[in-house]
Design a protein around this ligand. Structure first.
Ligand code: GAL
Length: 728
C-alpha cells in the first residue's frame, strides 16, 4: 500500500554551493516552505536571491520499504534543482513553478540516507519565465511542500475525473493512470462519495491492458443519482476514491476531490451551470513581503479567502504561472473560479526553452485538471508575440490532456493570431474596447496605467477606485465580454525596470500585506447584501487634503439601496446608487455632491462628525462614522489566526494600524510600532516598523514546540497591545 510522509522538516540549508561531503556544520536547520533569503519590504536588489544554495536532509526511512518504491515529490523549488541521493546524482529539474519527483528506491540504504539539493535560484535565461525582462520576482528556495511517497511497484500515478452532462443526466468517467507491470490479477475499482462521505456510486474494471510503461484505463460510473452542482455560491465537493487490487489484496489507493459543474465560454459570455455569469476578478502573484514565495498552506488559503470574502470577486487569474495547490484547493472549497496559466512573460526562448513550456503545459494540466474551480487554461506566454508553431502545439496538448476545458492565451494586441478558444486580452486602453474575436475575456486593466499607494493623497486613491469601477461597470454592461480581471490583487516586488523607483509595482487594489486601498472597496461593495452589508466612505473626511479643500464629491462604496449622509446630527443628503455614472455594476457607488462638503478648513470642527448610513428595505443596516480630528484613538493589532500548528513552518499575518476613536485608519499617521515576541515562534518582518498609509503587517511563524506566543506591540503615545497565539 501507499504511504505518504510530510518531508518538510529537518532540512539543513546553506546559502551557497556545498559539496556532497561538506560538513553539516556549514548548514543551518530549516523547515520548508523555505525562502533562500529573507528580504526587506522593498528597495532590494533581485540579485540578492539569485545564487546557488544547498539543501540537505538526513533521514532514515519512516517505515519498512517492504518491496515498495520510494519517491521524493517536490511541489516546487525555484529555479533549477539537482537532486543527489546518497552521493548519486539522480538528475535535474529546471523550472520553479511545477512539481517534480525523483525515484530514490535504488539508492536507499538501511540506516541513514542523505538527500541533497543543489538549487540554482538565478534568473536563468534558459528557463521560463526568464530570458528577457520580467515584471515580478522569481524568489529562490524550496518554497513549496516536499513529500516522501512509498508505492507498490505497480501503482496509480494520477487520476483525471471527468464529470459530464451535469445539467441533464450527471455522469462521471475517471481516467486512472497506472505505472508498473500489470498482471492478470490486477483490477481497479472506484467509489464516488458525497460531501458527507457517503458512497453514492461505484465502478470497476477487471481486465487491464498488460502492456509496459504508463497506462490509462477509464472507469465509467454511468448515470449518477441526485448530484448537487458545484457553483460559486454553493461549492459542493464530492470525492472519488480509486483502489488498485492484486486479486483480493488492495495495492494502492488514491483520492481526489471533484465538483460537478459546467463551465463554458460562449460568444456572448461565460456560462456556469447554464447561467450567464459576468466574471469580475483580480490577478494574483504568489509573492509575499519578506518571505518571497515561501508561504505555507495557511497563507495560501487566506489569499483565496481575502479574494472571495473581503473583495467579493468570483475569479482569480494565477498570473503568470501555476500556483500553490493549497491556494487552488481553497478556491475549490469556497467557489472562487480560476484562470490558470503557464510560466512566462513577454518572451519566448529557443527550442529548448519552448520544450520547457510544453512541459509546463503538461504538468500544469495533469496536476490541476480535477479542480472544479479551474475553468480555463492559459497556454500562451503572457503578452508574448504570436508564434504559430508553439501555440498550435500548446493548444493541441491542452485539449488532448483535458478535453473538458477551453484554452486562453493572454495578449495585449487585438490583431494577434487567435488559436485558443477564448480571446483573453489585456485591455490597457483605459476604457473597454470592443472585441474583435469572441469569446472575449479582459484579463488585465489598470495596473501601470494608474499606480497607486495606500499612502497616496486621497484624490489619487479615489481616482484609482473609480478607474476599477468604470472598467468593471463597462464590461458588466457589454453584451459579449465575458468579464474583466483587474491588475491586480496586491502590490508586488519587482525589477528595477518596473515600479515606483523602490522596486515595487503599486498596482494592487491592496498593498503587499493585502490591506485595502480604496479600489478594494469597489470590489467589496459588489458582495451580495444578503451575505453582508458593505459601506465604505471613499474619503478620510479631512477639510484640507484635497486640492481646493473639502471632500466633494464624496463617493461611498456600498451594496445598500440608499445611503444617507449626516454631519453631526444633521442629515445633509440622501443618495441612490449613482446609476448615471455606473449603469451596470451590480452595486454602483453612491455620489454626494453639492452638499456643503466643499467648505474651507475647519469643516469637521464646525459641523462635528461625519456619519454615513446605509439602508436596505428602509432599515438602517450599516453605518460608518468618521472623525477627522487626526487624534489617534488606538493602536490595533489583529492576528488572522489565534492557533497555529507547531510545525516550524505555519504562519499567520499580524495586521496593525492606528485608528481614530471610530476605528478609521489614520492614513498619514506613520507611527513607529515595535514588537516583542515571547514563546516558541518568531516574528517575520521589519521590526520596528513605521506604518505606511496608517497600516502594515508582520508575519508570525510557529516554532516546533507547542506553546503560547505572546506578542506585545507599542508605539509612542499609544496604549501598548498584547495578543496571544497558541501553537499546537
Ligand atoms: C502587464 C503584465 C503584468 C504587469 C502589468 C502592469 O502588461 O502582463 O504582468 O506587468 O502589465 O500593469
Amino acid at each position: 500500500m501507499r504511504s505518504l510522509f510530510n518531508f518538510n522538516d529537518h532540512w539543513l540549508y546553506a546559502p551557497r554551493e556545498l559539496a556532497y561531503g561538506a560538513s553539516d556544520d556549514s548548514f543551518e536547520p530549516v523547515t520548508l516552505p523555505h525562502s533562500n533569503i529573507t528580504l526587506p519590504l522593498r528597495n532590494f536588489d533581485n540579485l540578492e536571491y539569485q545564487f546557488v544554495s544547498t539543501y540537505r536532509k538526513r533521514f532514515t526511512l519512516p517505515e519498512a520499504r517492504a518491496g515498495r518504491r520510494v519517491y521524493v515529490d517536490f511541489d516546487g523549488a525555484m529555479t533549477a534543482s539537482t537532486i543527489v541521493c546518497n552521493g548519486v546524482t539522480l538528475g535535474d529539474h529546471d523550472g520553479g513553478y511545477v512539481p517534480f519527483s525523483f525515484d530514490l528506491t535504488d539508492h536507499l540504504r538501511d540506516g541513514e540516507n542523505v538527500l541533497q539539493v543543489r538549487l540554482d535560484s538565478s534568473e536563468r535565461p534558459d528557463i521560463p519565465p526568464n530570458g528577457h525582462l520580467v515584471d515580478y520576482l522569481t524568489f529562490g528556495g524550496i518554497y513549496r511542500d516536499v513529500t516522501l511517497r512509498f508505492v507498490e511497484p505497480t501503482h496509480i500515478a494520477r487520476l483525471f475525473a471527468r464529470p459530464r452532462d451535469v445539467l441533464s443526466k450527471p455522469a462521471l468517467a475517471v481516467d486512472v493512470y497506472l505505472e508498473g507491470a500489470l498482471e492478470d490479477a490486477h483490477s481497479v475499482s472506484a467509489v464516488l462519495k458525497d460531501p458527507a462521505g457517503v458512497t453514492i456510486a461505484d465502478a470497476s474494471l477487471d481486465a487491464l491492458p498488460s502492456r509496459g510503461g504508463e497506462r490509462r484505463i477509464t472507469l465509467d460510473f454511468g448515470a449518477l443519482p441526485d448530484i448537487a452542482l458545484w457553483d460559486v455560491n454553493a461549492p459542493v465537493l464530492y470525492t472519488v476514491e480509486v483502489g488498485l487490487y492484486d486479486g483480493a489484496a488492495k495495492r494502492d489507493d488514491v483520492a481526489t476531490r471533484i465538483g460537478f459543474r459546467e463551465a463554458v465560454f460562449k460568444k456572448d459570455g461565460f456560462y456556469l451551470n447554464g447561467r450567464r455569469l459576468k466574471l469580475m476578478g483580480l490577478n494574483r502573484h504568489q509573492t509575499y513581503p519578506y518571505i518571497g514565495a515561501a508561504a505555507p498552506a495557511r497563507l495560501q488559503r487566506r489569499d483565496a479567502d481575502i479574494l472571495k470574502d473581503e473583495l467579493g470577486v468570483n475569479i482569480v487569474r494565477t498570473s503568470h504561472y501555476p500556483q500553490s495547490p493549497h491556494f487552488l484547493n481553497r478556491c475549490d472549497e469556497i467557489g472562487l473560479l480560476v484562470f490558470e496559466e503557464i510560466p512566462g512573460w513577454q518572451f519566448i526562448g529557443d527550442s529548448d526553452w519552448q520544450a520547457l513550456t510544453m512541459r509546463d503545459v503538461r504538468v500544469m494540466i495533469e496536476r490541476d485538471r480535477n479542480h472544479p474551480a479551474v475553468i480555463l487554461w492559459g497556454v500562451r506566454i503572457n503578452e508574448s508575440w504570436d508564434n504559430e508553431a508553439l501555440y498550435t502545439a500548446t493548444n493541441a496538448l491542452a485539449h488532448k490532456l483535458d478535453p473538458t476545458r477551453q484554452t486562453g492565451g493572454v495578449r495585449y494586441f487585438q490583431d494577434s493570431q487567435f488559436l485558443e478558444d477564448v480571446f483573453t486580452y489585456n485591455d490597457f486602453s483605459d476604457t473597454v474596447v470592443d472585441p474583435v474575436h469572441l469569446p472575449h475575456l479582459i484579463t488585465e486593466f489598470c495596473g501601470h496605467r494608474f499606480s497607486t499607494k495606500t499612502s497616496d493623497q486621497e484624490e489619487r486613491q479615489i481616482a484609482h477606485a473609480l478607474f476599477h469601477a468604470r472598467i468593471q461597470d463597462k464590461q458588466m454592461g457589454h453584451p459579449t465580454i465575458a468579464g474583466a480581471i483587474g491588475w491586480c490583487f496586491f502590490d508586488y516586488n519587482t525589477h528595477r525596470e518596473f515600479g515606483s523607483g523602490d522596486r515595487v509595482c503599486y498596482h494592487g487594489v491592496t498593498d503587499m500585506f493585502r490591506l485595502p486601498k480604496y479600489a478594494a472597496y469597489v470590489y467589496e461593495s459588489q458582495i451580495d447584501p444578503a451575505v453582508r452589508p458593505v459601506l465604505r466612505a471613499v474619503t478620510r473626511g479631512a477639510a484640507g487634503d484635497r486640492s481646493g479643500g473639502g471632500f466633494e464629491p464624496l463617493y461611498v462604496c456600498s451594496n445598500c439601496e440608499e445611503v444617507a449622509l449626516y454631519v453631526g446630527d444633521e442629515m445633509i443628503q440622501r443618495a441612490s446608487p449613482a446609476r448615471d455614472e455606473f449603469p451596470h455594476l451590480p452595486h454602483a457607488p453612491f455620489k454626494f455632491s453639492q452638499c456643503g462638503l466643499r467648505l474651507e478648513e475647519g469643516l469637521m470642527n464646525q459641523y462635528g462628525d461625519l456619519r454615513v448610513v446605509g439602508t436596505i428595505g428602509g432599515q438602517a443596516v450599516i453605518e460608518q462614522r468618521i472623525r477627522a480630528n487626526g487624534i489617534p484613538g488606538a493602536l490595533v493589532v489583529q492576528p488572522d489566526d489565534t492557533e497555529l500548528h507547531a510545525d516550524g513552518a505555519d504562519m499567520t499575518r499580524l495586521v496593525f494600524k492606528v485608528v481614530d476613536s471610530y476605528g478609521n485608519r489614520l492614513h498619514y499617521y506613520n507611527a513607529i510600532v515595535s514588537f516583542t515576541l515571547e514563546g516558541p515562534g518568531e516574528l517575520v518582518g521589519d521590526n520596528p516598523f513605521a506604518l505606511i498609509g496608517g497600516q502594515a503587517a508582520l508575519y508570525v511563524r510557529a516554532g516546533r514546540t507547542p506553546g503560547t506566543l505572546t506578542i506585545r506591540a507599542s508605539a509612542a503615545r499609544m496604549e501598548p497591545v498584547e495578543v496571544t497565539i497558541t501553537t499546537r
